[in-house]
Design a protein around this ligand. Structure first.
Ligand code: SF4
Length: 278
């Protein structure tokens, strides 16, 4: 297999000698690790034995010369492991670590109905703490993946910042396990965002002509609604995640759940709102 670009992958089972294609093509590899112990990681992933296998796969990637990014999805069960996972990432030789919000789709939607999901208030406070820690204390870049309205400008645009880290929805196309083109992985649960199978429709026809892709390129961010319409960050954020917004609202322009809820709870930074909305 030839590999280039960015990969979000499960590395359990990754074996020595299978990583050359990633290395040759300087691929960016992101690996989910949701705990510093087997019990925590395997509870969230639902696969017994995957913690140790993931550590071994990570070591193989590092030995092959890559700097994989660790991705840590925050839930109540692992929220006390933020500092330990940063230390583990450094020790493993990871290139960076990214803290993800648990999105309310599929299994995440079930967790959001349980005690395992952190509240938006807890996530806003944790994000602020991690941003401060990231600015001062680690050898590797730390990214807390909350929307840019919640990121200090120094972390968005400064030398020590991680950039905007926004979704590249205008320049990507997902391919599902059955060979179907889709907006992204959301196609697995949302048939409206699947654009046809690769053996029946050409890539060029989908890429250039599918009305959903054309609408995304043409109308984001101008058609965003709700808090996203009032937000000064919409030009770089694009509403955070069009797929998530479609899943929640049934259209691509609905507001992102986290910012919508933060605004309702008076947690949204007023300085990131258009003056007439403050
Ligand atoms: S309100 Fe919308 S556009 Fe603004 S930061 Fe949040 S998700 Fe992005």
């Amino acid at each position: 297999m030839r590999a280039s670009g960015a990969f979000w992958t499960r590395v359990a089972g990754c074996r020595k000698g299978r990583n050359e294609s990633f290395t040759e093509n300087r691929a960016q590899v992101s690996v989910s690790l949701d705990g510093v112990d087997a019990a925590t990681h395997e509870w969230l992933r639902g696969v017994q034995g995957c913690f140790q296998a993931t550590l071994e796969g990570l070591q193989q990637l590092v030995q092959a010369g890559l700097k994989p990014q660790l991705v840590f999805t925050l839930i109540r069960r692992n929220v006390e492991q933020v500092t330990p996972i940063i230390l583990l990432a450094e020790r493993l030789g990871a290139g960076s670590i990214k803290f993800n919000l648990l999105q309310p789709t599929e299994r995440g939607a079930l967790l959001h109905c349980s005690e395992e999901a952190l509240t938006v208030r807890e996530l806003v406070e944790l994000g602020s703490r991690v941003e401060r820690q990231a600015a001062t204390g680690s050898h590797i870049p730390i990214l807390f993946h909350h929307p840019p309205a919640f990121r200090p400008l120094s972390r968005l645009f400064g030398e020590s910042g991680g950039g905007c880290a926004v979704c590249g929805i205008k320049g990507i196309l997902g391919v599902l396990h059955d060979g179907s083109y889709a907006l992204c992985g959301i196609g697995q649960s949302t048939p409206d965002l699947v654009f046809g199978r690769a053996d029946r429709v050409s890539l060029a026809a989908v890429w250039q002509g599918h009305p959903v892709l054309q609408a995304v390129r043409r109308d984001l961010p101008a058609r965003l609604q709700g808090i996203c319409r009032a937000c000064l960050m919409q030009g770089i954020c694009l509403g955070s995640c069009a797929a998530q917004n479609y899943y929640r609202h049934g259209n691509l322009w609905g507001p992102f759940w986290f910012c919508e809820q933060a605004y309702q709870e008076h947690l949204f930074p007023a300085t990131r709102l258009r003056p007439e909305k403050r």
